[in-house]
Design a protein around this ligand. Structure first.
Ligand SMILES: Cc1cc2nc3c(=O)[nH]c(=O)nc-3n(C[C@H](O)[C@H](O)[C@H](O)COP(=O)(O)OP(=O)(O)OC[C@H]3O[C@@H](n4cnc5c(N)ncnc54)[C@H](O)[C@@H]3O)c2cc1C
Length: 356
């Protein structure tokens, strides 16, 4: 098998990897990006429906506290709009009883992106030569060879389907996924591997739904679309409508752990019943319904990510290292950012650090 040689290999085509690719393109440096899935974006996923893009991964950004994201959105000439939150909220207790409560405004204000969050990936990709982006390229092995690195693509138990040699590697994927799915030769130091395994991948154990409607009937009833439930299956609901015109939408997170989300059909039925309980009968008849369980995605979540994560971890480079093997390999990926880790902002910060 021929070995393709390149200056820098980026592993992972989520926001962090794509942003690194964009920065290297601007510096006119030679690189190839290897993405395991047959699509780019990683945790950013926005399927289209009636010209509207339903965010099944991230949907919010916070310009007041995430300056890199705000700058990038403005540089790419993209438009955002405020999360709709006017009106009353709904609250469901453990007993199942539902009451109307005063709504609360998210502080700082959350914003949504026109065109869905995937537009960030799409616009950045316009600047990157297509031949540099290789889809369906899951990396399974990384070997140190003198001052270079050999990277194997394929399934661990099979012969590699492609091989690359690089002078630098940027790991733009969650550290826990790296430690669980990529074989390093020589072995990584045990404390580094342990640290990587202990960094939980943000939202990897979550599932999200999106229901679209022709009319915003909840708004007409004075409701904001915001709801919280202690009973489930939905734990948190928000208005996820298009800006200005239809489709209107309700979206949010499933409140029950991954292990209880086995039967998608039953779960969908229960979600629609719960929406009808909160917002009336029309809520049970969306024009389109989307559901994404990230805990079942092998290029996002591992077994360690299945239990729910109840608070936002304090992220930092694993074992305090931003690189290893004498700076041949650099960490990117939002979970390695010292600030705003887990968020889109962290993905940009970590990518910029790795490229630098
Ligand atoms: C449901 C949900 C809601 C969220 N909400 C928000 C929000 O509102 N605001 C916010 O700021 N953030 C939010 N986030 C977090 C946000 O999505 C992440 O911070 C960001 O997308 C991470 O980007 P990344 O490039 O670091 O990682 P990823 O997007 O995980 O990218 C890693 C990439 O590596 C690829 N990969 C994996 N293994 C391999 C391999 N072996 N070889 C090659 N490629 C590989 C993956 O396929 C993927 O494309 C949310 C996430 C989820 C899941």
């Amino acid at each position: 098998m021929t070995i393709e040689t390149v200056d820098t290999l980026i592993i992972g085509g989520g926001l962090s990897g794509i942003y690194a690719a964009y920065l290297l393109t601007r510096k006119a440096e030679s690189f190839i990006l290897l993405e395991a899935r047959k699509r780019l974006g990683g945790r950013i996923l926005s399927p289209e429906e009636q010209g509207f893009f339903t965010d099944l991964g991230p949907s919010w950004y916070w310009p007041a506290i995430h300056p890199k994201t705000a700058r990038l959105i403005s540089y790419l000439k993209l438009d955002g709009y405020r999360q709709f939150e006017e009106g009353f909220g709904r609250f469901q207790s453990v007993s199942g009883a539902v009451e109307t409560v005063s709504g609360y405004a998210n502080e700082p204000q959350s914003w949504r992106l026109e065109g869905g969050m995937f537009v960030l990936i799409e616009r950045l990709c316009r600047t990157i030569p297509r031949k540099r982006l290789r889809l369906n390229h899951p990396v399974c092995g990384i070997e140190k060879s003198g001052n270079e690195v050999l990277v194997n693509v394929g399934a661990l138990e099979q012969e590699p389907q492609a091989r690359f040699k690089a002078r630098k590697v940027i790991l733009a994927l969650p550290p826990r996924l790296i430690a669980s799915t990529i074989l390093f030769t020589p072995d990584l130091a045990p404390d580094l591997t342990q640290a990587m395994l202990k960094i939980g991948t943000w939202m990897a154990g979550q599932a999200k739904f999106y229901a679209l409607y022709d009319e915003p009937f909840w708004r007409r009833a004075g409701l904001s679309g915001q709801a919280f439930s202690q009973r489930g299956p939905l734990g948190e609901i928000h208005d996820g409508s298009n800006n200005k015109k239809a489709p209107y939408g309700l979206t949010g997170f499933i409140g029950i752990p991954a292990v209880q989300r086995r039967d998608e059909e039953l779960l969908t039925k229960a979600i629609l019943e719960q929406l009808a309980l909160f917002y009336g009968e029309p809520a049970a008849r969306p024009t389109a319904f989307f559901y994404k369980d990230w805990a079942r995605e092998k290029f996002t979540a591992t077994r360690l990510d299945q239990p729910p994560m109840y608070s936002h971890p304090l992220y930092a480079p694993p074992a305090g290292q931003t690189s290893f093997w004498n700076k041949l390999i650099h960490f990117a990926g939002t979970e390695t950012a010292p600030q705003h880790g887990g968020y889109l902002e962290g993905a940009l910060t970590a990518a910029a650090r790795a490229v630098q």
